[in-house]
Ligand binder design. Structure first.
Ligand code: S3P
Length: 182
């Protein structure tokens, strides 16, 4: 039996902040008709406050616990045919990396530093990038996390020169192949 046979037919998007997970997730949701779970939004809705507030009031570790609890819920038997877009730091815990692999076809949207810098510079919604020295922070987090993204993903997509729609098309084709393999 292959890996693919045991894995639910979810598509899970991982990658650094600003790599396009939410936008590509919405595109896949529209084209496939599968429900979309944006983990950041789901946590914000359940908590009734923004992620920045959770970080400020309770610290990063509490937010990471919320991510793990949500992954466990999503990985419960019966979950299938859902698009799941994650927060960029979800791979920081080994437990999460294992849950992600069990959850579906995991796709890493790999964006270069310059693109991340450009896209994340427009908003103040990301608490990890808000306290000055953005460049340094992005660089060090990227260096730390890249091995985790690589280890967790079934597929890596270099998004540097692609429109979100093109990224989604590539994912659709490879997911079809992945799930059809036996
Ligand atoms: C985080 C990324 C954010 C959000 C939180 C922490 C991170 O999600 O989960 O601010 O640690 O990289 P996006 O990747 O959607 O920005």
């Amino acid at each position: 039996m292959s890996d693919a046979e045991e894995i639910p037919k979810n598509i899970v998007l991982i990658g650094f902040m600003g790599s396009g997970k939410s936008t590509v997730g919405r595109d896949l949701h529209q084209r496939l008709g599968y429900p979309l779970v944006d983990m950041d939004q789901t946590i914000e809705r359940a908590e009734g406050r923004k992620i920045a507030a959770i970080f400020a009031q309770e610290g990063e570790a509490v937010f990471r616990d919320m991510e793990t609890a949500l992954l466990q819920k999503l990985a419960a038997p019966g979950g299938d045919r859902t698009i799941i877009s994650t927060g960029g730091g979800v791979v920081a815990r080994a437990e999460n990396r294992e849950l992600l692999r069990r959850l579906g076809y995991v796709v890493w949207l790999d964006a270069p530093l310059e693109l991340i810098d450009e896209r994340t510079g427009k908003s103040r919604d990301r608490p990890l990038l808000n306290d000055g020295k953005r460049d340094e922070k992005i660089r060090s987090l990227l260096e730390q996390r890249r091995p985790w993204y690589r280890e967790t993903a079934h597929l890596r997509v270099d998004v540097a020169d692609l429109e979100c729609h093109e990224v989604a098309t590539g994912i659709l084709e490879s997911a079809r192949y992945f799930f059809a393999r036996s």
